[in-house]
Ligand binder design. Structure first.
Ligand SMILES: [Mg+2]
Length: 222
């Protein structure tokens, strides 16, 4: 019997802050918020919104990494979740619509515990950041890394138990928000209160747990 699969979002879920928002606030000027708003009206998909927002910046990669390390805080219980994965009590996958440079810097050695880490790539040339989206095999009509497809890839055909932790726009794909097949059954959802995924669950009458501490997820593995 396979151990449960835990797939977690990074920004605003595994880490308390949305690092994309933190860095845009610091380096992109106020115009990024209007672009972000056009994501929620459906006018832009996530990769195009990210291209436009990160295109507003003039900053070095070193400065971006330093700012992320200063601002980033892992959510309570996060280390217990990594211990559970290291002890073989679950398979842990991080699926992020954000960027490798801060996800890897903030996770550090913990990356070695993951069975997979999916995120986009940011290249910076002459202080001009450019988002790149290398996971073309996981793309959907909304996101460059569709989390429904990440769940499907790792769940396999065994019908194993899946827990998904998330908060935002791209996390709603695991619960039917995009054209990719919705994982069946829908994973057990742990959501951040008041964010897009929580609102989506309310709107579609999907059961979910409010996530404040990853010990909740570790306890659910027992
Ligand atoms: Mg998020």
């Amino acid at each position: 019997m396979d151990v449960p699969l835990v797939v977690t979002d990074f920004d605003g879920t595994l880490f308390e802050q949305d690092m994309g928002h933190v860095l845009c606030d610091r380096f992109a000027g106020p115009a990024w918020r209007e672009i972000n708003g056009r994501l929620y009206t459906g006018e832009l998909d996530l990769p195009e919104a990210q291209r436009q927002m990160w295109g507003l910046m003039e900053v070095s990669l070193e400065e971006l990494v330093a700012t992320a390390l200063e601002a980033g805080r892992m959510r309570r219980g996060g280390d217990a979740l990594f211990r559970a994965a290291a002890d073989g009590r679950c398979e842990l996958v991080v699926a992020s619509g954000g960027f490798d440079f801060y996800v890897q810097a903030l996770l550090g050695d913990r990356v070695g515990v993951l069975s997979a880490l999916y995120c986009n790539h940011l290249s910076v040339l002459d202080n001009r950041p450019t988002p790149e989206f290398p996971h073309s095999d996981l793309r959907c009509g909304r996101c460059a890394i569709c989390k429904a497809q990440v769940v499907a890839r790792h769940r396999g055909t065994s019908g194993r138990r899946v827990i998904f932790c998330g908060d935002g726009f791209s996390d709603c794909c695991v619960a039917g928000a995009c054209e990719a097949p919705t994982p069946e059954p829908v994973p057990e959802l742990y959501v951040i209160e008041g964010r897009s995924l929580h609102e989506h669950c309310i709107e579609h009458a999907l059961p979910c747990e409010l996530l404040t501490d990853f010990q909740q997820v570790v306890r659910a593995l027992e």
